[in-house]
Design a protein around this ligand. Structure first.
Ligand SMILES: [Zn+2]
Length: 283
């Protein structure tokens, strides 16, 4: 009987060891903010990851990109699209053989509606302009699908310190007919005011687009891009490396715009993200 107890105790220990090793994570994972709106960014921080490989994490099968945030610490920026349904979502995280899950809650959010009037030729496009927009869209798509090494450092900042006139996610009814969704924020600005880089990065586009007018796109690495539209003038050119706060251009009203302002957009892993949420991340 005593031998039996010892043997079963031994097997129980082996099982417990196996269970602990396989299913219980020895690292800490935090998602911040834990509760977000559709179109918001968030950060995943992995701490006490005492193994050499970078963590892997994914949401609905889409991976995140981690980089170091100190000893045994890794950080990744993620986002959910504007069309995400409210509810709880599971992020799967692994470091080497160890795995764990963390929850992310997407809350129900009401986005505002705005009615505006624009010149008809900027709303209903001629065949020639439609062709131009299609070609520009293809180029932008190729840019945003590319993931490069991390260039961003610390927090993202607003490129212009004025009020937001049109919020992210605003449903726009243009000329009473066409409906579009605002996938960035509009910041009030005077003609010629300086527009500053939101973080360190590389200029991957600095040219005139049909809708955006004079547009600058910065690649910050790890799938994070910032977009600056309707500029009167550029202060950078393609492939320039910029630091956070560098003047990249000046406020204007070029492209599809009815007054001087800055349209500021952010892409995270090819998702249009609310720039206000990115600026609020504790990076
Ligand atoms: Zn805008």
């Amino acid at each position: 009987m005593k031998i039996y107890t010892t043997i079963s105790g031994f097997f129980a220990s082996v099982l417990l060891f196996f269970f602990t090793y396989t299913f219980v994570s020895a690292f800490q994972v935090e998602v911040s903010p834990y509760e977000i709106s559709p179109g918001d960014a968030f950060i995943i921080t992995v701490a006490d990851a005492k193994t050499s490989p970078l963590p892997d994490a994914s949401l609905n099968g889409k991976p995140f990109y981690f980089s170091s945030c100190g000893k045994d610490c890794f950080i990744a920026v993620g986002a959910v699209g504007l069309e995400t349904k409210p509810g709880a979502y599971t992020i799967h995280v692994s470091v080497g053989e160890k795995k764990t899950n963390v929850d992310l809650v997407v809350r129900h959010t009401r986005f505002p509606t705005q009615r505006l009037t624009l010149p008809e030729e900027r709303v209903f496009l001629s065949r020639e302009n439609l062709k131009r927009v299609e070609l520009e869209d293809e180029r932008l798509k190729a840019i945003f699908e590319t993931t490069t090494d991390r260039l961003w450092r610390g927090k993202f900042v607003l490129p212009l310190e004025h009020d937001v006139t049109t919020k992210f996610g605003t449903k726009r009814i243009i000329n009473k007919k066409k409906i579009s969704v605002h996938r960035g924020i509009d910041i009030k600005g005077k003609d010629g005011e300086e527009v500053r880089s939101s973080n360190s990065g590389r200029v991957v586009l600095a040219e005139e687009l049909f809708f955006g007018g004079n547009t600058v796109i910065l690649d910050h690495g790890q799938g994070i891009y910032t977009v600056y539209m309707h500029l009167s003038k550029f202060n950078v050119k393609h492939q320039d490396i910029v630091s956070k706060g560098d003047v990249i251009g000046f406020v204007g009203s070029t492209g599809r715009s009815s007054n001087s302002h800055l349209h500021f957009g952010v892409k995270v892993l090819n998702i249009n993200v609310n720039p206000v949420s990115v600026v609020g991340l504790g990076l």
